[in-house]
Design a protein around this ligand. Sequence first.
Ligand code: ZN
Length: 236
Amino acid sequence: MLTPVTSHRSGSTDLASLRLIVFGRQGAGKGTQAARLAAHYGIPHISTGDMLRAAAASGTEFGGRVKEIMDSGSLVSDEVMEGVVAERLGEPDAARGFLLDGYPRTPGQAEYLQTLLAPEGIDLAINLEVPEEVVVERITGRRVCVSCGTTYAVGRDASAGSGVCAKCGGSVVQREDDTEDAVRRRLALYASSTEPLLSWFRGHDLLLDVDGVGEPDAIAASLIAGIDDRVGSGPD
Ligand SMILES: [Zn+2]
């Protein structure tokens, strides 16, 4: 499914493809960095949500089953998720690599992925590290306009303090999901479910820890340097 292509770049690692996974707790800036990496390496950023939506819209019999599950609000089983992943990673745009986001969620799923992508497997899993206290501050400092959806940050935007949207005059409030209790609950859940997975990738010498605190440009540069150092300069 992942057809190796010949590298025409001299003096660099011959890489047929670049297969990355990205991990990061909520508020770590994962979405921003994933978009930058995808653009830099010319590979698609594939998130679990996008995959499920694409499968549901595909019109295949399998896609119809996925749509049914999603419409009913049920959790998608491991088996169905495996089918979705296999289908998505088999698309032509993923032939030279991809950046997976939101899958795998368990060591068992990681094993499945390695089998699916055998013999090469995943090149690297990136762990974008931002301390819990930093993301708690970021998320709890977030305010949103109930009318137009613009987000503001406490300490940076006047509208976050005044409670009045600078764009539309609507009410600027803190969402229930963004309160400290809610954030800490989500972070604890993320930590307990993701730690075994990070250990799995670390144990297979496939984990790259990157400090996610700082300016987005600097973080992107250190991510790219880290990836190039570990697996070469990406697909040609
Ligand atoms: Zn507004």
